[in-house]
Ligand binder design. Structure first.
Ligand SMILES: Cc1cc2nc3c(=O)[nH]c(=O)nc-3n(C[C@H](O)[C@H](O)[C@H](O)COP(=O)(O)O)c2cc1C
Length: 184
């Protein structure tokens, strides 16, 4: 099983990219983790470019999602919502609607912020957007507030409660993506 991780931050020192790596530590044996790093290359969505031969970065994203068994997205919160570049990537991946690799794709969302609320609004928005694109979004979250203090040197989360949330979210996602569940 392959889980595709997407961080909604372009920052080299991103807390959300670190949170993805913390999630990787929770994967059961046999599950593979791949991080998609093409966010910066995505052009703004333009229906005129969304043809049989879309821009290369778009084709790569659609292919990465199609090949993955599940998606794990870590989003920052920008002005109480998700970053525009992340929304833009999901917009590209959501088309053409009936052929979108997001349709029926198991997905989970988590978030890290330096503020006190752990990107809970951004996570809710991300779940809404993914659900609208047809993904099977699992019902859970990881809200990592004060992220600058929350991740230890070894990449694990310092707070036991957050670690438990992370463990549960990853396992819910793996369960949702298990072949028996997909066949059902
Ligand atoms: C444009 C912008 C808007 C932001 N708005 C919010 C916000 O509404 N709520 C919040 O908790 N943090 C907000 N922040 C803080 C980010 O969530 C914080 O910088 C976070 O660490 C960014 O994620 P990253 O470390 O993965 O890059 C904002 C940051 C930026 C740059």
């Amino acid at each position: 099983m392959t889980i595709l991780g997407i961080s909604g931050s372009l920052r080299a020192d991103s807390h959300n990219s670190r949170l993805l790596r913390a999630a990787e530590r929770e994967l059961p044996a046999g599950a593979r983790f791949e991080v998609w790093d093409g966010l910066r290359d995505m052009p703004p969505y333009d229906e005129d470019l969304d043809t049989e031969e879309p821009p290369e970065a778009v084709a790569r994203l659609r292919d990465a999602i199609a090949r993955a068994d599940a998606l794990l997205i870590a989003t920052p919160e920008y002005n109480s919502s998700i970053p525009g570049c992340l929304k833009n990537a999901i917009d590209w991946a959501s088309r053409p609607r009936l052929e979108s690799p997001l349709r029926f794709k198991p997905a989970a969302v988590m978030g890290a912020t330096t503020g006190s609320f752990g990107a809970v609004w951004a996570q809710a928005e991300m779940r809404k957007v993914l659900g609208s694109a047809g993904a099977r979004v699992v019902d859970g979250e990881v809200a990592l507030a004060h992220a600058q203090d929350g991740i230890a040197e070894d990449g694990s989360l310092r707070d036991e409660g957050r670690n438990l949330q992370l463990h549960e979210l990853v396992h819910l996602l793996v369960e949702e993506a298990s072949p028996e569940r997909i066949a059902a």
